[in-house]
Design a protein. Structure first.
Length: 212
């Protein structure tokens, strides 16, 4: 008798829970990827969908642009100077199926591949080039990432270097160079001013020489 009551209770619970499990949905900024008994069935557009409880699994994939900060990396530049560089990447899923089945954790994968690509890209340049050619480096990093992530159903929309930290000795050298450049420009300006002051009156007098 007790066994019968227990079976009835379990059956009643399944009857109540199964309908709730069978109704799944994706919001308007998501795409659903449906699996049935572990096999890919296809995608499901946003909205409520009735699926077979327990048998079906619906994986939701966000279609929005994801912002991913890339933590600071220790990088050796082309002239063997050690710098620290950080960046931020923006990407979005363009193929929901591949973003689920081609790689286990697409966010972690992009984070790791971006760190590696950042080190390689900055390492091909000198510190001066890195600071002055940031736009070209950003584009190069993005192009490299797009080749890799295309098979994952993901598009990298933008990569931006956030910060390049030079070692203290390099910062002092850059500061001294900047001061020297300013002093050089100031000297040129002063020399030009003195030249104008010295020769200006003579030129004015020369214009009035000769017959009226």
């Amino acid at each position: 008798m007790r066994v019968l009551i227990l079976l009835l209770a379990v059956a009643g619970t399944l009857v109540l829970v199964a309908p709730a499990m069978a109704v799944k949905g994706a919001t308007r900024d998501e795409m659903g990827v449906l699996f049935r008994l572990g096999r890919l069935v296809g995608t499901r557009s946003p909205g409520l969908r009735v699926i077979i409880a327990i048998v079906d699994v619906l994986r939701r994939v966000s279609l929005r642009i994801v912002t991913m900060p890339i933590q600071s990396q220790g990088i050796i530049t082309r002239d063997n100077v050690s710098v620290d560089g950080s960046a931020v990447g923006y990407f979005r899923a363009v193929d929901a199926v591949n973003s689920v089945i081609a790689i286990e954790n697409v966010h972690a994968a992009i984070d790791q591949i971006t760190q590696t690509t950042l080190r390689k890209a900055v390492g091909r340049h000198t510190p001066d080039e890195t600071l002055s050619e940031t736009g070209r480096i950003n584009l190069g990093i993005r192009n490299i990432l797009d080749v890799t992530t295309a098979g994952w159903g993901v598009e990298v929309t933008l990569v931006e270097l956030k910060d390049i930290q030079l070692p203290d000795s390099m910062q002092r050298a850059v500061a001294k160079q900047a001061v020297a450049e300013r002093e050089k420009r100031a000297g040129i300006i002063n020399a030009e001013g003195e030249s104008l002051a010295a020769f200006g009156p003579r030129r004015c007098l020369g214009r009035h020489d000769g017959p009226p």
